[in-house]
Design a protein around this ligand. Structure first.
Ligand SMILES: Cc1cc2nc3c(=O)[nH]c(=O)nc-3n(C[C@H](O)[C@H](O)[C@H](O)COP(=O)(O)OP(=O)(O)OC[C@H]3O[C@@H](n4cnc5c(N)ncnc54)[C@H](O)[C@@H]3O)c2cc1C
Length: 488
């Protein structure tokens, strides 16, 4: 008799949900993905404003081999479907006092530039990047590639480097503390501190272990996908479909059905969908609160402080101002009063620094002739009930003034089309608890161990993937969460 094919259902078509669908299809499962929105990708999606196209969320792409490996897993050549360029400049820093620094991707060139522009000895930059590399190498096997919730993880040989390297992990210092000790100049400290925002944490609270983050940029590089960031989502959805995965859009999941120690399927718009395996790519907090209200929730895990969120202004501009040459620039903020006041009501970090990313593009198809699209992001706390309407208006005028101060151009008259994302909108569009960009913050030394595991402790056919589960938020880690879950 022919054996019936096993089935898996995925709640949400965020990047980790799509990657999970591919991995489980590859295991031989018949996979269905249910997505509440009418489009895939969650935070990693795109939208159009008139003739301007915008990537809605991420702009920084690191560790592209984690995308490539999904194609090779399926026996395909990634280059036939998904391509990207390696950047020679990570970004450009602008300060109000006129200082401008190019962060070259090549560490030596970056260190020389830091010495020339900031007066920071090049050796300090090189030594710090060497520490970042050691920290990354020591921890990747333990923290990033496996479940932290299985004894076997700690008994493996590749857990040894992490244990042997404990002193270099700087667990008892903060990230800022590590940088303040290393660097002579405040601007160098500021540049390295900003990497805490890669997972929505505060450099003043996050452990020194996170000083490893610059290694992602300077060790591996940063990349630009052809077709924009959304090409990651689109090419993986197409790959999943070639593996037989069926996507259902506009289908919000209402319940995960659990009987005893087994998840038995979903309730979608009142209808039962049974399955042998259930994978939630929805944020873990609403997964428990809304989809499984009768199941005891891991309260300690859910009570972890959220990572930061953001204000994003999407502006389509008529390019009638002087050429600014702003491809992927970043303002390092000078702790300005208006930004500090803006978020005074925040309940989160005591970090008053605000970073502003502007990605301006005039690639074909991105903006009309003579137009330019800007993605202006200001880090903000997660949604704890602040008066966002008032904050929006204040944030807008503060950032316009900041741009004028740093670049000498008032761009407001040139804004042709405009949209905005704030923490409540992020929450509404992707289901992220409090609109956090990266799940829980990494502001405590033990934060990594307090993230939700990739499999339910008792219900062993129920998996959790995405930014709120282990190993955390950001595209690479979300892809790793799908890999760890599938390997479990
Ligand atoms: C503005 C912004 C900038 C960022 N910048 C970067 C960056 O530069 N680099 C980087 O690596 N990362 C960045 N990130 C973070 C990165 O985008 C996320 O960590 C990652 O995309 C999250 O993927 P995920 O798999 O957790 O799913 P999400 O993107 O959170 O998607 C979850 C999906 O589940 C769906 N869903 C939720 N509930 C249900 C339900 N009940 N039924 C059906 N579907 C449901 C949602 O609609 C959504 O589509 C940024 C994020 C934002 C918002």
């Amino acid at each position: 008799m022919e054996q019936q094919q096993s089935t898996a259902v995925v709640v949400g078509a965020g990047i980790a949900g799509i990657a999970s669908a591919i991995r489980w299809a590859r295991k031989g499962y018949a996979v269905q993905v249910f997505e509440a929105n009418s489009y895939p990708g969650g935070k990693l999606s795109e939208f159009q404003l008139g003739e301007y196209r915008f990537d809605a969320g991420p702009s920084l792409f690191t560790l592209p081999f984690l995308v490539d490996e999904l194609f090779t897993l399926c026996g395909e050549n990634p280059r036939d479907h998904f391509n990207y360029l390696k950047k020679t400049e990570e970004c450009r820093y602008f300060w109000d006092d006129g200082t401008r620094l190019i962060a070259h991707s090549d560490p030596e060139a970056f260190a020389e530039e830091a010495q020339r522009v900031l007066g920071e000895p090049a050796a300090n930059i090189i030594d710090q990047l060497a520490l970042a590399k050691r920290q990354y190498e020591a921890t990747k096997g333990l923290f990033l590639e496996r479940s932290l919730h299985k004894a076997s993880t700690y008994l493996r040989l590749d857990a040894l480097p992490a244990l042997a390297a404990l002193p270099s992990l700087k667990l008892t210092q903060t990230m800022h503390g590590v940088h303040a000790k290393r660097f002579r100049t405040p601007k160098a400290i500021q540049i390295f501190d900003r990497f805490a925002t890669y997972n929505g944490s505060s450099p003043y609270q996050a452990p020194g272990t996170l000083s490893m983050i610059p290694h992602l940029e300077f060790g591996f590089g940063t990349f630009v996908p052809y077709g924009g960031m959304v090409a990651i989502t689109n090419s993986l959805v197409a790959l999943a479909q070639r593996q037989g995965v069926v996507f259902h859009y506009g289908k919000g999941v209402e319940r995960i059905r659990v009987e005893g120690r087994r998840a038995t399927g979903l309730v979608v718009q009142g209808a039962d969908v049974s399955a042998d395996v259930v994978i939630s790519n929805m944020d873990v907090t609403p997964t428990y609160r809304r989809l499984m209200p009768d199941l005891p929730a891991p309260e300690k895990t859910l009570a972890q402080e959220r990572s930061s969120s953001a204000f994003i202004f999407y502006w389509g501009l008529r390019r009638e101002f002087p050429e600014l040459d702003l491809h992927n620039i970043l303002f390092a903020n000078d702790y300005e009063a208006e930004f500090r006041d803006l978020f005074e009501r925040k309940v989160l970090h005591d970090d008053p620094t605000v970073y502003v990313h502007i990605t301006s593009k005039d690639l074909e198809g991105e903006a009309p002739a003579g137009g330019e699209n800007w993605f202006v992001m200001i880090n903000a706390p997660a949604n704890y009930g602040q008066d966002w309407l008032a904050l929006r208006a204040q944030a807008r005028s503060a950032i316009l003034a900041k741009i004028q101060r740093a670049l000498g151009v008032d761009i407001e008259p040139f804004i042709e089309v405009e949209d905005l994302l704030d923490p409540p909108t992020i929450e509404a569009r992707t289901g992220s608890d409090r609109g956090a960009l990266y799940g829980s913050s990494s502001n405590k030394p033990m934060a990594a161990f307090l993230r939700h595991p990739n499999r339910h402790r008792r219900i062993t056919n129920l998996y959790f993937v995405g930014g709120s589960a282990h190993p955390g938020g950001g595209i690479p880690l979300c892809l790793l969460s799908a890999k760890i879950a599938a390997n479990l």
